[in-house]
Design a protein around this ligand. Structure first.
Ligand code: IMP
Ligand code: MG
Length: 186
């Protein structure tokens, strides 16, 4: 297992996506975004904290000029089941009006976070709002959300690594893995 070392072998049950596969896919996604937004003024909006690593890799793989922005959104608290209560915190006061926005997210699970955020941006006058998600768990969807760019579909397992966390831990792993259930089941 590439990228697996003493600090993570003990908590990872299975590697879902390797570091090499992530690198290849990020490059492909960036090429598609480059093509689709060429000649337009693109505003990237990264949802913290989970997308920080994906965002950093995507922006460096893009060749078109982009405006880089961050907001906080959370629906989880410290559990592994979505609460459905989505909180959006915008520290710097991002003004969506008239902008072509591409939301960069770590994972779509129930779809609640992105549904709420997309509505909020469109209601505030955004010109367009598309979604680029690193992971998708389609089997878990409660609210319908269309992502234009999807890195990988994954099964209904709790994933960590490449920015994804459990209680803000394990974000540092360069791969995506499934956390051993005994680490969050009690
Ligand atoms: P949704 O609103 O249910 O779609 O939840 C999306 C958010 O839940 C993501 O941005 C993640 O922060 C978190 N999340 C969902 N599934 C996982 C997972 O498997 N591992 C870590 N975080 C997850
Ligand atoms: Mg998140």
């Amino acid at each position: 297992m590439t990228g697996v070392n003493e600090s993570n072998t003990s908590v990872i049950e299975e590697v879902l996506i390797s570091e090499d596969d992530i690198k290849r896919r990020v490059k492909e996604l960036a090429e598609a975004i480059d093509r689709d937004y060429k000649g337009r003024s693109l505003f990237l909006l990264s949802i913290l904290s989970g997308s920080f690593i994906f965002m950093a890799d995507i922006v460096r793989a893009l060749t078109i000029p982009v405006n880089v922005n961050f907001i906080f959104a959370s629906s989880y608290g410290s559990s592994t089941v979505s609460s459905g209560d989505v909180k959006i915190l915008d520290g710097k006061g991002f003004d969506p009006s008239g902008k072509d926005i591409l939301i960069v997210e770590d994972i779509i699970d129930t779809g609640r976070t992105l549904y709420a955020l997309r509505e909020k941006l469109l209601n505030s006058g955004a010109k367009s709002v598309e979604i680029c998600t690193f992971l998708d768990k389609p089997s878990r969807r409660v609210v319908s959300v269309d992502a234009r760019y999807i890195g990988f579909d994954i099964p209904d397992k709790f994933a960590v690594g490449y920015g994804l966390d459990y209680n803000d831990m394990y974000r540092q792993f360069p791969f995506v893995g499934v956390l051993k259930p005994e680490l969050y089941q009690n």
